[in-house]
Design a protein around this ligand. Structure first.
Ligand code: MN
Length: 254
């Protein structure tokens, strides 16, 4: 079976670059350097463009394979989320959070919603990921701050140049129908900001993890409350400014 590669080996990120005017957007230009690191990374960016969606990106062969997931990921294995494949993004995009100017491609607000590393399910490594991507049955295990455990991306059909996939939670110890993670976690994994705060260009605020706290209290299985708790803790730690740290240190001395 001849599976056609949509990404040319000689011109990685060509489509990404063609769609953007880097004199107008703060998004990374997409250098094709390949950083040396052991673990493959993933990110999920919440993107309020013409329509709200979650950009789900998996590092593979020096780029971020990318899908736009309108409803975002779910921990419920009975839920199948549409994931529309989009152009490969540069690895530097993994740290991008901010606003893309109106009128530019993808104009709107981008929040770094989750990040971490991932592996192929089983011991197949990168070869299994490549093979799964080509076959349209990509089984992955995420180690993020909000997303932990196994998911599968299943390719449905390719109406034009873009494939439509489904993103589905695997039935594992993290699976649950009791936590709506996109509803429960509405802040940046990087800065703790809400979409409105990012859109307004504001820095961190101090009470924005109220929703995550609710998730911790209400979630069912221990494993998923751990996910939310970890997210909350890391957000809180990042929020501590120098002043707070000094105050804490003073308190500790007392
Ligand atoms: Mn997007």
């Amino acid at each position: 079976m001849a599976t056609k590669r949509r990404t040319s080996k000689t011109a990685p990120l060509a489509e990404y670059k063609r769609k953007r005017d880097f004199t107008k957007t703060a998004e990374p230009e997409g250098k094709t350097t390949r950083p040396r690191h052991r673990k493959l990374r993933f990110v999920v960016q919440k993107h309020e463009a013409s329509h709200l969606h979650y950009d789900f990106r998996l590092e593979l062969d020096g780029v971020m394979k990318s899908w736009a997931v309108p409803k975002g990921p779910s921990y419920d294995p009975s839920v199948k989320r549409l994931a529309m494949e989009v152009e490969d993004h540069p690895i530097e995009y993994n740290t991008f959070e901010g606003t893309i100017p109106k009128g530019q491609y993808g104009g709107g607000t981008v929040m770094l919603w989750d990040r971490g590393t991932y592996d192929a399910e089983g011991d197949g490594g990168e070869e299994a990921l490549r093979e799964g991507y080509e076959r349209g049955d990509l089984k992955i295990v995420l180690k993020g701050e909000r997303l932990i455990g196994g998911w599968v991306l299943v390719r449905m059909h390719r109406p034009g140049t873009r494939a439509q996939w489904l993103l589905i939670k695997h039935r594992d110890e993290y699976a649950t129908a009791k936590l709506d993670v996109t509803d429960a976690v509405q802040t940046s994994v990087k800065t703790g900001r809400t979409m409105a705060e990012i859109a307004n260009g504001r820095s961190r605020v101090w009470n924005s993890n109220r929703v995550e706290k609710t998730a911790v209290e209400d979630s069912g299985p221990r494993s998923v409350s751990d996910v939310a708790r970890t997210a909350k803790k890391k957000t809180a730690r990042k929020r501590s400014p120098a002043k707070g740290t000094t105050a804490k240190r003073a308190a500790a001395k007392r």
